[in-house]
Write a protein that binds this ligand. Structure first.
Ligand SMILES: Nc1nc2c(c(=O)[nH]1)N[C@H]1C(S)=C(S)[C@@H](COP(=O)(O)OP(=O)(O)OC[C@H]3O[C@@H](n4cnc5c(=O)[nH]c(N)nc54)[C@H](O)[C@@H]3O)O[C@H]1N2
Ligand SMILES: Nc1nc2c(c(=O)[nH]1)N[C@H]1C(S)=C(S)[C@@H](COP(=O)(O)OP(=O)(O)OC[C@H]3O[C@@H](n4cnc5c(=O)[nH]c(N)nc54)[C@H](O)[C@@H]3O)O[C@H]1N2
Ligand code: SF4
Ligand SMILES: [Mo]
Length: 867
């Protein structure tokens, strides 16, 4: 089979992939050398996509009321439900909540149905939680939501500033491009993040600023630029409108004051400012540390202001670069899928309403913006939304304050969920489930962070009765009576219409104009090569505003909340390198789970000490919204006073580790984006009577333990456990029938049991009160290939001990941290030398920052020893 060229399922880098089918739902993945986003590179998640395309857990048939039904009946049910709500309560009583993981064609049809035919603005998307602050900042500064940069600017920059971005983990291929630029031209790297992440490992400077103080830092930088004559006055005079009191607003932004507000050493702030003024070719990349804040839009504008005022925009190697999270976050912005925009980069101005309505020949048009995600779910909770259709997102996990969201879903008269997975925390609330095509099956386009439109191509057969999302939406629209407007038979038709709408009466008013693609034949659409729109926006120093000028926006650092007595710490949340959001797909891959099998709460050593919290102990994390149990990881990379938890774990995997329960629904006033990165919180150590783990081929639906987290391993599961009551019922439910051997040392509080059948291991469990536990990876490996005797299994170790390679760093070659440390001690003193000695880091490269960190840690230990 020849390889099919497609685009990665995950992040907004938008890497090109070649996928070759090698058997029944078996595929081989390589990076596409001809794709401009990655030139052949892939990270760990892209590399291991093959482990996620099986049919396990898939939603294969439509369901109404929990029962399988036909598409015809399901469509009729949805159409009737929406039509009835609209007839009784008006168009604003229904809503869609969609996602940056839809393809552009799906998104276009959903937006057209809601805004042009139902006539409500109530379509919002998980992009509201993701980059709506960047959208608002772009619009304020440029007049349109346009990202001015490309990845080539990163290759050509002399200074890259990463603000609120864990690029090494979340945009790994962009990070690899930064590293390549560093190697090629000595590009300097500054990371601005309250946490010391792996992204900081190979940086020139890390500013661990006080959370939420980014406006102060960038205003300080701008004020410094003015003091040292680094402002580009010609550029300002020609291309930028400056509010009258703009410079006066920066009066109080001295270096000393900046350092104080940001809680940073003055010397570090000075180094950053000096680097910035010394290097004209600067790209400032920003993501969730900036966007997910109740000051997100101002923070974005503070960054953009500096670039405009120093003329570092529209030229090679420069610009403020908001990197997007999801594969098609940008496509969603282009079609206008946010409640705050109309269509194709148009807002709700009267002339736009008329224009779009004429283009769609639609009976009506949404007259005003709809409800933004947080307000939308509040409205559902208050009973004002009677029918809600959720597509390609898992809000019961990913919204702030998910307890409220769950109450809302439980109370809503009609909840429709389109997903490719049958059981998610959200599908549990669905009255109607519609099976969607997943990655590898669906067909259409996505736009990545640098505005490159790429094809996602299907190369696997549609499983069961799963259908493309656009097809389901169009069927519902036709059933509701709009037959002609939704008479699509293939994505190419939808794409052409979208392209035409972008160009319709545009006449250069909006940068987003892909009219050149409106006449693509279906064949040419199928063969479409990656296309970037707007080659270098703003190169001429003209902006899509009425006077053609960009705008400096006066922003001031708003006061930061002081710690509260009951909630003395601040909760920061974010991502792990090898998991994607709510784990519906990456959670299927044993390899990817090796990096982190459990959700951890990272705590600064001094905070841990004052709470008497030990590394590895379980702890309860509590906010006014909710609480959840996490395993503590004491980490000097945390800022004092701040703790961090990952967003990925759900009820489907874990009894604890549920970050979604914790953040509040407080939002940025301009964008409506929630401040996920800062929630007042407290944390309490937990004492359990026993803890341990089990491995098993299959698991019961409910695990009878105070705390449990399950992770997939080859041929089964590994479950972390802790509890206070008698573990008898737990053992009874976890251990299947078979040949069972057991040991129980009541005095030491140790219980172990192993069940096997023939020459395979079915399950094994190891519990202890306070003793040590056997090596998890060795026990788990026996599920795949039983080598050990029953006695060895019960002992939890082989008679002749093998090497314990430590936590896995390189998931491509299964190389553990101890193996890497041993190679380093034997003389391998660079990432390359470690690669030669162990293979680690020589495939996808996602673990190279981890290797660099291990090398740095080791050399600092050696230094200390030498002193
Ligand atoms: N592995 C992986 N990659 C992903 C995803 C995934 O789920 N897993 N998801 C994708 C998506 S949708 C998105 S949106 C992106 C997100 O990509 P990122 O934005 O890089 O990821 P986060 O971990 O959410 O947050 C980034 C950093 O912001 C920092 N931060 C917190 N508060 C502040 C602050 O006040 N100021 C500053 N300067 N920084 C702060 C955090 O400490 C954190 O390290 O990742 C994409 N890529
Ligand atoms: N505390 C906290 N919360 C956060 C964040 C944070 O940093 N901190 N980050 C926020 C951000 S930036 C984001 S982007 C969100 C992400 O949060 P979600 O969007 O809720 O997370 P996903 O797990 O990606 O959910 C996508 C769902 O769509 C399904 N799916 C995949 N492809 C398709 C398809 O083609 N069609 C259909 N119909 N379904 C499909 C998947 O199986 C999955 O159930 O989380 C947000 N929530
Ligand atoms: S960086 Fe990784 S997850 Fe993102 S698109 Fe590329 S391969 Fe996929
Ligand atoms: Mo996101």
């Amino acid at each position: 089979m020849p390889a099919v060229r497609t685009t990665c399922a995950y992040c907004g880098v938008g890497c090109g992939i070649r996928a070759r089918t090698t058997g029944e739902r078996k595929i081989e993945i390589t990076g596409d050398r001809d794709h401009p986003a990655n030139h052949g590179r892939l990270c760990s998640k892209g590399t291991h996509l093959g482990e996620t395309v099986g049919l396990e857990g898939r939603l294969l048939y439509p369901e109404v009321g929990g029962k399988r039904t036909s598409w015809d009946k399901a469509i009729a049910h949805v159409a009737r439900g929406f039509a009835r709500a609209i007839a009784r309560h008006g168009p604003d009583s229904v809503a869609f909540y969609v996602s940056g993981q839809l393809l552009t064609e799906d998104y276009y049809v959903a937006n057209k149905l809601m805004k042009g035919f139902i006539g409500s603005g109530n379509i919002d998307t998980n992009s509201r939680l993701c980059m709506s602050s960047a959208v608002a900042a772009h619009t304020r500064a440029f007049g349109e939501d346009v990202v001015p940069c490309t990845y080539e600017d990163i290759d050509e920059a002399d200074l890259v500033v990463l603000v609120g971005s864990n690029t090494a983990w979340c945009h790994p291929v962009v990070y690899q491009r930064i590293m390549a630029a560093r190697a090629a031209r000595g590009t300097r790297l500054v990371v601005i993040d309250p946490r010391r992440t792996e992204t900081c490992t190979d940086s020139d400077l890390h500013l661990a600023l006080r959370p939420g103080s980014d406006v102060a830092l960038f205003n300080g930088l701008l004020s410094h630029c003015r003091d040292v004559g680094a402002i580009d006055s010609d550029y300002l005079a020609r291309s930028v409108a400056v509010p009258q009191d703009f410079w006066a607003g920066l009066a109080d932004c001295s270096l000393a004051r900046t350092a104080e507000l940001c809680d940073l050493p003055e010397a570090d702030v000075r180094s950053f400012f000096n680097l910035f003024t010394a290097k004209a070719r600067t790209v400032t990349l920003f993501s969730q540390g900036i966007n997910q804040s109740i000051r997100g839009t101002d923070q974005g504008n503070a960054i953009i202001n500096v670039h405009l005022a120093t003329g570092r925009i529209g030229k090679i190697g420069t610009g403020p670069f908001s990197i997007t999270g999801q594969p098609n976050a940008m496509g969603g912005r282009e079609v206008g899928g946010l409640a705050s925009s109309l269509a194709a980069h148009r807002d709700f101005a009267p002339e736009n309403l008329a224009e779009v309505q004429r283009f769609w020949s639609s009976p009506t048009i949404a007259a005003k913006p709809g409800l933004k995600a947080v307000d939308l779910f509040r409205s559902v909770r208050e009973g004002r939304i009677k029918a809600l259709w959720i597509m390609a997102t898992n809000p019961a996990v990913s919204m702030p304050d998910v307890s409220l969201v769950r109450e809302a879903l439980a109370a809503c008269p009609l909840v429709v969920v389109s997903d490719c997975i049958a059981e998610t925390d959200t599908t549990r609330f669905a009255h109607v489930k519609l099976p969607a095509l997943g990655w590898g099956e669906k067909d259409g386009t996505t736009t990545n962070s640098e505005r490159t439109i790429s094809r996602q191509r299907g190369f696997l057969p549609a499983p069961g009765e799963a259908k493309p999302d656009w097809w389901a939406i169009a069927r519902v629209a036709r059933e509701m009576g709009w037959r002609d407007a939704f008479n699509y038979s293939r994505p190419a038709e939808i794409f052409r219409e979208h392209a035409r709408l972008s160009a319709y009466r545009n006449e250069g008013r909006r940068c987003f104009d892909i009219g050149g693609l409106a006449a693509l034949s279906s064949r040419a659409y199928d063969d479409l090569e990656p296309q970037r729109w707007g080659e270098r926006p703003f190169a001429q120093g003209r902006f899509p505003t009425p006077d053609g000028r960009a705008r400096l926006v006066s922003v001031t650092q708003r006061a930061l909340e002081a710690p509260l007595v009951r909630w003395p710490l601040t909760l920061n949340t974010g991502r792990y390198r090898d998991q994607w959001h709510t784990m519906t797909r990456t959670g299927l891959s044993p390899r990817l789970l090796q990096h982190r099998r459990e959700p951890l709460v990272e705590v600064h050593p001094e905070d841990a000490a004052s709470l008497a919290l030990r590394d590895g102990q379980l702890a309860r994390v509590i906010t006014p919204q909710g609480e959840s149990v996490f395993r503590a990881a004491v980490s000097a990379g945390q800022r004092k006073g701040e703790i961090f938890t990952p967003i990925h774990w759900t009820d489907c995997q874990s009894s604890g580790g549920r970050t979604g329960l914790l953040p509040r629904g407080k939002v940025d006033p301009h964008s409506g984006q929630p401040g996920f990165k800062q929630t007042p919180v407290r944390i309490e150590p937990l004492e359990y009577d026993w803890h341990g783990y089990a491995v098993a081929r299959t698991l019961p639906g409910r695990i009878a333990a105070g705390y449990s987290t399950r992770a997939r391993v080859a041929h089964g599961w590994l479950v972390e456990l802790a509890g206070t009551r008698d573990p008898g019922p737990l053992l009874a439910s976890l251990l299947p029938s078979g040949v069972r051997i057991e040991s129980h040392d009541a005095a030491r509080g140790v219980r172990r049991a192993v069940v096997s059948q023939g020459d395979s291991l079915l399950a094994a469990i190891y519990l202890t009160r306070d003793g040590s536990l056997p090596d998890r990876d060795w026990i788990a490996s026996q599920l795949a290939d039983l080598q050990a005797s029953p006695v060895e299994l019960l002992a939890g170790r082989p008679a002749i001990p093998g090497d314990d390679c430590g936590p896995i760093a390189c998931v491509c070659f299964n190389v553990g941290e101890r193996t890497i440390q041993a190679a380093a001690k034997a003389g391998a003193d660079s990432i390359e030398a470690i690669g030669t000695a162990t293979c680690a880091g020589t495939n996808c490269g996602s673990c190279r920052p981890a290797i660099a960190r291990l090398l740095t840690e080791l050399s600092s230990i050696e230094l200390e020893a030498a002193e």
